[in-house]
Design a protein around this ligand. Sequence first.
Ligand SMILES: [Zn+2]
Length: 52
Amino acid sequence: MCTVGGGPTGDLNFDERVKGKRYRCNECGEKFESISKKPVCASCQSEDVTEL
Ligand SMILES: [Zn+2]
């Protein structure tokens, strides 16, 4: 809370601290985090992912 003059995005920064769930892509094996209900692979954009 010691940042000053950061502009109107304070609440946005707070949202980014929310941890998503971890997933693994069944296509390429990439592991990634997503807060979306329909996560897609961060590497190949596949929707074929498994929650870890
Ligand atoms: Zn993938």
